[in-house]
Design a protein around this ligand. Sequence first.
Ligand code: EPZ
Length: 439
Amino acid sequence: MLAMKILRVSGGRPLFGELVVSGSKNAALPILAATLLIRGTVELIGLPEIRDVSAMLHLLSLRGVRVEHLERGRYRLNAEEASPSSVAFPEDGGLRGSIYLLGAGLAAHRRSAVGLPGGCDFGERPHDLHCYALRAFGAKVLEREKGLYAEARSLVGGEIRLSYPSVGATVNAILAATLAKGRSVIYGAAREPHVMDLISFLNRSGARIKVLEQGTVAVSGVERLAPLSYRVMPDMIEAGSYLLMAAATRGEIHLRRAPEGQLSSLLPLLSESGCRVWEIGSDEIALEMRDRPKPISVTTEPYPGFPTDLHPQLSAYLALCLGESRIREMVFRDRFRYLMGLSAFGANVTREGREARIVGRERLFGARVTAPDLRAAAAYLTAAMAAEGESLILSAELLLRGYEAPLRKLRRLGAVISDADVECGALPQADRRAARGSE
Ligand code: EPZ
C-alpha cells in the first residue's frame, strides 16, 4: 500500500535565503517521451528528481527503452530496442504526461497505445484535441475504456488547427510532425516555455521545427534524429511557487538558475501587491516582502498569460491581503478544489463561477488539511508557513510529483517542517477518509 506523507509545519517564520531552481517538470515529460524518436543514446541533464519524472522513466522502460541513472539529474536513455506497442499499461494512468507517449510511439513505430492518463483531478481532462491532431497526420486513433490506441501506415504532414492552445495536444502534434512525410503547419499551438524547450531539444537532434509568429509552428519532417546530450530548462512554476512562499511569509528570497523572462506575468503582480522584486542578470530573481499584500486581481490564461499552475499558491498568498482579490480561472474550469483546505486556515475564500474571491484576513491559523492535488499541496504549505501555530498537511506526497526536494530547500530557508511517511492503514479513521478524498 502506498505510504502517505504527512507534514507538520510550524508557521509564522519568514523565509530567508537562496534557492537553486530545479529542472522543469513540464519540459522534462515531453522531452522524455521524445527520446522514443531518437535512434541512439540520449543524455539528459538537469532532469528534476521528482515522482512524475520517475514515473515517466518507468513507462518508457515498460516500452523497451534502456534507462541509466548516471547521477542526480543526469540520465542516459536508449530507445533502439523499444518496440511498437499496442499495450496500454495501467501504470500510464498515473500521470497526465503519459499521453505524450501516444504521439511519440506513433512517430517512432507507427503504432502506440497509452492507458488513459491521470494527473491532477480538477474536473474533466479531455483528450479530443490530441486525437484530432494525430488523425490529421493520417493516423487511426481509437478511444477505448482502457486507453487510447493509434496506428498509421505512414504519417503525412499537413495543416493542424488547434481550437484551443492545448499544451499536451501541441506536444503530440509536434512529435508526430517531426518524423512525418513532408511539411506540417500547426496553427493555434501552445506557446509555453516548456513547449519551446521540446522544440529546441528536437531541433538539436536534427528536427526542422520553426516557430513562425506566436502560436504557429512549421515542421519539415525528417527521416531520423541523431543522439544528443541536452540540459532541461529551469522550472518556472517551481520558481513562482517559492517566490509566493517567501512573499506570504514576509521574507526575502534569492532564486538562482531562475528561468529567464518566463515569469513576466507574475513579477509585476508581486510588485503591485507591495513586494520588492528584481531580476539580476539573466537567471537570478530576488524578492523581499515586509507587509500584508495589497489586493490584486488576475485571470489565468495560456502562456504568456498568468499560469493556471500558480493559481492555488497565489490564492494562499492573497489570503492575507488588505482588501478583496480575485483570481479568474480560465484554463481549468474546476481548479477550485483547493479552496476548502485554504478556508481551514481561516482564509475567507469562496468560488463565484469561474472566480476565486479572496477577502484578505489579518492572520491565518494552523490547520489540519488533506491536499487534493499537486499545486493545492503547494498552496497549503504556503498558508501553513504564513499561519500562526502548527499545521498538519496530509497527502503531502503529492508535492513530490512536481517539486524536487521541497523540504530540504525550505528548511534551508528557515522553515520548520517535520515529515512522516505512514501507511494509509495506520491513519485515524477520519484522516483515512480524508486521504481517500471522500471529504
Ligand atoms: C499541461 O496539462 C500541464 N501538465 C499542466 O500542469 C498545466 O496546468 C496545463 O498544461 C496548462 O498549462 C503537463 O505538462 C504534464 P492543456 P495539459 O491540454 O496538457 C482543455 C501541473 O500542475 N483541453 O493545455 O493537460 C483542457 O480541458 C499540471 O504541473 C481540451 O479541451 O493542459 C483544459 O481546459 C496541472 N481538449 C485546457 O485545454 C484536449 O484534448 C488546458 O489543457 C486537451 C485539453
